[in-house]
Design a protein around this ligand. Sequence first.
Ligand code: NDP
Length: 501
Amino acid sequence: MAQDTNSKLTTAEGRPIGDFQNSMTAGPRGPLLIQDVQLLEQMQQFNRERIPERVVHAKGVAAHGTFTVTNDITKYTKADFLNKIGKKTDVFLRFSTVAGEKGAADAERDVRGFALKFYTQEGNWDMVGNNTPVFFIRDPVKFAHFIHTQKRHPKTNMRDMDMQWDFWSQCPESLHQVTILFSDRGLPKTLRNMNGYGSHTYSFINDKNERTWVKFHFKTKQGIKCMTDAESAELIGKDRESHQRDLFNSIEKGDFPQWRFCIQVMNDQQAKDFKWNPFDLTKVWPHADFPLIEVGTLELNRNPENYHAEVEQASFSPSSLVPGIETSPDKMLQARLMSYADAHRYRIGTNYQQLPINRPKCPLANYHRDGSMATAADYGSKPNYFPNTIDGTPKDDPAYKECPMPLATDDDGQVIADRYNSRENHDDFTQAGNLWRLMPEDEKNRTANAIAGVLSQARQEVQMLQLCHFFRADPDYGQRIAKAMNIEIPEDLLQHAVTGK
Ligand code: NDP
């Protein structure tokens, strides 16, 4: 709503206000009068100032910016905003922590959300990623349980290390992400000094309707910088909004952070031959086999004017896709296609897409109508049903049909619906071990100490189960954590821990 800041002060209904510093009372010492409607309006409005915070990623900070294409990737995708070198698209990027509530400190060890909205000429593309290329689970049936373990204990109402490690020890597919979380990158120094990843595998579709599997990477141009546990504890003591402050101030003084947007691509044959499931969210695609291809530059260059309107009400959903970018069989992605938009309808309301921050900047025409807070102005008396025989009404166009997606079949060529065991025949240890092996010595020690510090707070049974997972990833990884926890592992048990035999 446009507002003339020099205009008269009014009620929400527009009535000019004569005195807004004194309530209306019956005599100078008397009680308030219910006829003081401007006071009532203010108090009632104030009671409703908050909307439910996000159940995850509640603490966030965001900025507007620009994406510029630097490389021609039209052989992979027909996405309009990627079709010409030099083409610019407005973006909005929201960073967040995952577990903490809205008032949580920024500098806590956690995964960071990296949710990016591209306002393209063919609709909004939301790249709802994290600062890690993988996730803790591969089956969405575990998601709510996982988040419960990251939040508060039902009795103590405190974060609880036993809950966290109990769950992780029962779900070794988490080990890769746990390794990243407790490595240096679990504590980014600033939001400008970390990478973003789409994490899931998506599809690119080109103008010949050919599909390529794709992963998205945003590499910081500011360089990776991290904090130690001691530095973060000290910072939290001084400033709970350290990351928000850093980003806001950098942009305010014209020091605009940038990221290099890159992709990895995989064709169908490579997907079949890949030694891991290419749609498993707990795995990366090794760079040596699938090198990064540069696409463009993302720059953040404008702070929001109003935090609530722009950041709190910003709604990102992996289901916001544009022609040329489609889904994949990744189970976690499939579930997120439903759950994000559903969360926004609960948290903000049915018509959250009509808010200025969420509204696409391209022409819009559909048959959605009504619901709470609907702005009917765009549609007026236009038909609210389809198909119809009325001239000038919006019509579908076969040019924009999704590309048919192949699904894996059994030997008889059938697709069988079943509850496939998401733990069976999965290698949960190699990639976590690969990451451990590429860490420099000092990072290995910091990672082992960070894990030992919190794993020690879990029950002994949980400690032992989890230690076995670290040993399976790499004996040195397990040994360093055990040592930091003052746990002596006898040789025969060590053998059992590594091989499971
Ligand atoms: P490479 O040696 O080609 O790449 C290693 C990658 O690890 C780089 O992207 C580097 O990021 C990143 N990295 C370094 N330290 C950390 C850390 N503490 N936490 C998270 N990422 C880190 O190896 P591969 O591609 O063969 O992958 C080996 C391992 O590297 C994987 O198992 C995975 O854990 C990790 N990794 C791989 C990624 C991928 O897409 N292949 C992406 C991110 C991590 P940078 O270049 O920014 O320094």
